[in-house]
Structures are given as structure tokens and as C-alpha cells.
Design a protein around this ligand. Structure first.
Ligand code: RIB
Length: 336
């Protein structure tokens, strides 16, 4: 069956093709009666707008591309909500790509979004992809780094100061009298993990009675946290930490599960526990989790705003690096 065209809709509704286009794109410019009549014809004929043709004419789609590390992590879906909130103010939508920490998938999404002629790309990068992003921008697709600080002034970026966040977490554990801290996190090539551990080490170094050791994980997930928790429980009692700083809340929830499943060590009585991100599951955990809050939705909203300003400003645009400060949220897992 031949597809229904805008001309078919216009003929059936007794209006011009321009009126059909206004009903689709600027209904506020058309009388309510005509809008209702055209929409009824669209529904009756089963017309579907051909956005590919519109994109060819306009040269750009009405979408943004967002590439995140782990779509199963509520931090990134909260960030995506913030990005959508700003994008929708301009009538744009957000296409979400998940790399699962895989470089090949990251590269494939950048190619896809460039082919789709998205308005711009927001990316939480796995490693240093500045060369690829420079090429992207040189061919007309601006990019903003999210959840990543950078000194590179050829891109804008929006992030949280993760070193400060790591300091906040470790300082809180020392302030409540814990001295044997275990940092649970990994993989060790993830910049967020590196910065949080650096901040924690800096805080511990200022307290001669405190120490910190690292329990490496192969992912930033609940299961990886559970495995780390079991590893800590398998230590001899005298070798166990009295506090755990998990690199994100998913890890902390996994550690909490492991401790609860074993049952002989209680949080916070025997081991204080703090996570990072303050996702909704932190407060809802069986022992509400203390955490380091990131303004995840605001990060997404701000990144889209920067992208839109760069798209308007063109080459004259001065790139910005916006760094938010993390916030300590104290709950029962550290003795609130
Ligand atoms: O993707 C790993 C972590 O980095 C997330 O949990 C969030 O903290 C981000 O900053």
C-alpha cells in the first residue's frame, strides 16, 4: 500500500499543504476547528510524518544524542531527565545511547548520531576521545562532555568535583570515629573512580590514626558491590575495615546486601557505609544509605543548555567548564 503523503491529507481535509504543515509543527498558527479537522484526516488516513525528508530539507534533526556509560544506573537516567527537560523547551528530543563501558559501542553511537544529523551530542566518555569529538564538531555536530571535567577548551563540560566528593565521604567517616576505611570501586581506568579515591586518600592523609585500602571491583554495579562485600567479610576479623566508602550507590547497595546476607556484621554498628550519587535507592535501602549527592538532573539540563548556546553561537562560542560541588547526605548507614 502506497504511503499517505501530506498532499493526500491536504486534499482530504480541503486545506493547503502549508496548513497541514502548520498543524503538525505550529498548531498555534491554525484555527482550532481546522486543527481538529486535519488531525481527524491524519488519523483516518494513517498518515505518518516523514522526518527523514524534513531533516534533509532542514539539514538537522530535531534530536540530541546522549551517550552514557551505564543506562542501568539511575544516576544516568536522572541526568537524561534533566537533559530532556531542557531539550523539550526547544521542541527537541533526546536519543539515548548506552556504552556499557565498551569503546566500540561508544564509537558506533557517535557515528550513528552524526549520520542522524543530531543537533549535538552529550557524552560521558569512557576515555580520551577528544580527536573523534573534534572531527564531529568540525563536521557540524557540537559536543558537550557530561560527568567529566576537562581542561580542554575545545569542548564545554559539566561535571561534579569528584575529588572534593571523595574527600567529603572519607572526612565524614573519620568524623564519626572510623579509622580503617576500605574504598570499594573500579574499574581503575574510570576517571570518576580515580578522582573519588584520590579525594578520599587526601582526607585520610590528614588523620594519622586513619588508613585506607582499596577493594577493586570490575564494575560499578550492585553485583560487583556484593562480591566486594563478601570479600571483606572473608577477611580475618582483625583485618576487616570499620568503614566502607563505595565509589557509587549501586556498589554500596551490593555491599549492604552482602553484609545483611551474612548477618554477623551490622551497618553502621560494626561497619559504617557511604555511597556516591544519592540515587533514589540510597534513601530507600534497607539501611538508608549515606551518600555524596550529585545534582544529576541539573548536570543534564545544564549540558543541553550549553550545547544549544554553542549551536547558536557557532565558532565564536566560548566553551565553558561548569563544575558543581557535591553534597554530603547523612543517613542511618553512617549513624544518622
Ligand atoms: O558511571 C559511574 C559513576 O560515574 C556513576 O555512578 C556516577 O557516579 C558517575 O559520576
Amino acid at each position: 500500500m502506497a504511503s499517505i503523503s501530506v498532499n493526500d491529507v491536504a486534499a482530504a481535509a480541503g486545506v493547503s499543504v502549508g496548513t497541514v504543515s502548520n498543524v503538525l509543527n505550529r498548531p498555534d498558527k491554525v484555527s482550532p476547528g481546522t486543527v481538529a479537522r486535519v488531525r481527524a484526516v491524519i488519523s483516518d488516513l494513517g498518515f505518518v510524518r516523514n522526518d527523514a525528508a524534513r531533516q534533509l530539507r532542514a539539514g538537522r534533526s530535531r534530536s540530541l544524542g546522549l551517550v552514557v556509560l551505564d543506562v542501568a544506573n539511575p544516576f544516568f537516567t536522572d541526568l537524561a531527565r534533566g537533559a530532556e527537560a531542557r531539550a523539550s523547551e526547544e521542541g527537541l528530543s533526546v536519543l539515548l545511547g548506552n556504552t556499557d563501558d565498551n569503546c566500540a559501542r561508544e564509537a558506533a553511537y557517535l557515528d550513528l548520531f552524526e549520520e542522524q544529523r543530531v543537533h549535538g551530542v552529550l557524552i560521558s566518555p569512557l576515555g580520551d576521545i577528544s580527536e573523534r569529538l573534534t572531527l564531529l564538531r568540525s563536521r557540524g555536530t557540537p559536543t558537550v562532555l557530561v560527568d567529566r571535567q576537562t581542561e580542554d577548551h575545545s569542548f564545554s563540560s559539566v561535571a561534579v568535583d569528584d575529588v572534593a566528593g571523595g574527600r567529603l565521604a572519607a572526612q565524614h567517616l573519620v568524623d564519626i570515629g572510623r579509622t580503617r576505611i576500605a574504598f570499594v570501586g573500579g574499574p581503575s581506568n574510570i576517571r570518576q573512580v580515580i578522582d573519588r579515591l584520590q579525594g578520599a586518600r587526601e582526607a585520610v592523609a590528614e588523620h594519622p590514626l586513619a588508613s585506607i585500602d582499596v577493594v577493586h571491583t570490575d564494575a560499578l554495579s550492585v553485583l560487583a558491590g556484593r562480591a566486594a562485600g563478601q570479600q571483606i567479610l572473608d577477611r580475618a576479623p582483625g583485618e576487616r575495615p570499620d568503614a566502607i566508602f563505595a565509589a557509587n550507590d549501586l556498589l554500596a547497595i551490593g555491599v549492604l546486601q552482602a553484609l545483611n546476607m551474612r548477618g554477623d556484621l551490622l551497618v553502621p554498628r560494626d561497619i559504617a557505609l557511604i555511597g556516591y550519587d544519592d540515587i533514589a535507592f540510597a534513601a530507600a535501602a534497607v539501611v538508608p544509605l549515606s551518600s555524596i549527592r550529585q545534582p544529576s538532573a541539573l548536570i543534564g539540563y545544564t549540558a543541553v543548555d550549553l550545547l544549544l548556546r554553542e549551536a547558536e553561537g557557532g565558532d565564536a562560542f566560548e566553551h565553558e567548564h561548569i563544575v558543581f560541588h557535591p553534597e554530603l547526605v547523612v543517613r542511618e548507614s553512617t549513624g544518622a
